[in-house]
Write a protein that binds this ligand. Structure first.
Ligand SMILES: [Zn+2]
Length: 249
């Protein structure tokens, strides 16, 4: 039998590791070819306005290539998860597309935001090249516009029966009962025990050094929060929860 392929679609450089890094590690263990594709990875130098503020509040100087640093972190995380193929789809994050405040980032997708077509085109290219048996996409818990765009684009490009939806973390930690985006199919919750993959998930998550301070309060706090959340998801057994397609581990 030919090797099966799982495509993990991450809006930003960190979402997959934080949300379903355990599943990625376990599928690699099981012999799957794992592809990690992050959508919004483009360097915009120099940043200005709200985008610059998002960089400065992570402690980075104004002239730094913030996304280059984050892509290097992503490469370190991917190595920890034994990702077979790492892709950056080179589209600009929301602060570079006219979303000018934290409130705007978690609001409605702007009518004049044309990025969705470009996300779909990039995903079609990946689909034709990788022919994934399984696609992992976010539920858009927390409602970040980039996550909303990614869910909708994945649904346009891949057959529904191949898509499993992960719980966007750390949003899911802050709001465990948050509802998925309306277009995410309701149905059976897929619980995946990740105890065997948890140490690698934590290693991958804490590789995003520029993000863990802002998102969790530091490297140690990140590991503690993700461990605690995994136990809460599995009610005492480390787990990740999904909707959609059945999972093979
Ligand atoms: Zn994100």
């Amino acid at each position: 039998m030919s090797r099966r392929t799982a495509l993990f679609v991450s809006p930003h450089l960190d979402d997959v590791a934080f949300s379903c890094g355990g599943l990625a590690a376990l599928l690699a263990d099981a012999g799957w070819h794992t592809v990690l594709a992050t959508v919004f990875t483009r360097s915009v130098v120099p940043a200005d306005g709200f985008a610059l503020a998002c960089q400065l509040d992570k402690g980075l100087p104004a002239h730094a290539d913030y996304m280059a640093l984050r892509r290097q972190e992503d490469a370190d995380a991917a190595a920890a998860l034994s990702v077979a193929s790492l892709r950056w789809l080179d589209l600009p994050e929301a602060p570079h597309r006219g979303y000018g405040s934290a409130q705007a980032l978690f609001g409605a997708v702007h009518e004049d935001d044309r990025v969705s077509g470009r996300v779909q085109a990039a995903l079609r290219g990946l689909r034709d090249e990788c022919v994934p048996d399984l696609v992992l996409a976010p539920q858009a818990l927390g409602n970040h516009v980039d996550h909303q765009v990614v869910v909708a684009a994945v649904q346009r490009v891949f057959p529904g029966g191949t898509i499993a939806y992960y719980r966007d973390t750390p949003y899911a930690i802050r709001q465990p009962d948050a509802a998925p985006l309306a277009c995410v199919p309701a149905g059976a919750v897929r619980l995946v025990g990740i105890a065997a993959g948890l140490p690698r998930k934590l290693r991958a998550a804490t590789a995003y050094v520029s993000q863990v301070g802002f998102q969790f309060g530091g490297v140690d706090a990140c590991a503690a929060a993700l461990s605690g959340f995994a136990l809460a998801e599995g009610q005492g057994v480390a787990a990740e929860r999904f909707l959609g397609a059945a999972l093979p581990v």
